[in-house]
Design a protein around this ligand. Structure first.
Ligand code: ADP
Length: 171
């Protein structure tokens, strides 16, 4: 992928990219995990804009400003809560990645960073989530040669290793 896809370990709130993605919940009114970290770093104006959006369905994506973040935009997507895998969870997770990529692309973004959607409190199995995430991002990059860079920002080493392993199998 000529370096257009990278996997890093870090804190997504520090990334100076066109858009960071938030693993939100369907209210879009803030929560724990990466969602809480993004709202704390962006400041109260982000929550004020989110209130005007009236929530977001699972697998869909809505874009806001980045406010005090170094990123210009935040794409908010509620990933699926894992209920055993028989409730459409894999397709919904793919939708979250693809709809987030499309929302950012349509806003003119050419650099993006993703957290590991649904693998925290939402309990999606990490290896399966990593496979779906990497496959969907690589497909999008092949379809959009002008998307310059998509980074997976993994918060811990276990998550980073799972994404690196998925990438080795898919590249
Ligand atoms: P979900 O509800 O979609 O499972 P979580 O926020 O609980 O979302 O977890 C998603 C992933 O985001 C987890 O791997 C968690 O460790 C990670 N995470 C938490 N804070 C940050 C951060 N500041 N930057 C990047 N990833 C983070």
């Amino acid at each position: 992928m000529n370096g257009r896809f990278t996997i890093e370990q870090g804190d997504i709130t520090t990334y100076a990219v066109d858009a960071i993605v938030n693993a939100a919940n369907t209210t879009l009114l803030g929560g724990g995990g990466v969602d809480g970290a993004i709202h704390r770093a962006a400041g109260p104006d982000l929550l004020a804009e989110c209130r005007t959006l009236h929530g977001c369905d699972t697998g869909e994506a809505k874009i806001t400003g980045g406010y005090r973040l170094p990123a210009r935009y935040v794409v908010h997507t509620p990933g699926p809560i894992w209920h055993g895998g028989t409730h459409g969870e894999p397709q919904l997770l793919e939708n979250s990645y693809r709809n987030s990529l499309t929302a950012a692309w349509n806003a003119g973004c050419r650099t993006m960073a993703f957290p590991s959607i649904s693998t925290g409190v939402y309990r999606f199995p990490l290896d399966q989530a990593a496979h779906i995430a990497v496959r969907t991002i690589l497909d999008f990059l092949r379809e959009h040669p002008e998307m310059n860079r998509v980074t997976m920002v993994c918060f811990d080493s276990r998550t980073r290793r799972a994404y690196e392993s998925a990438y080795q199998k898919l590249r």
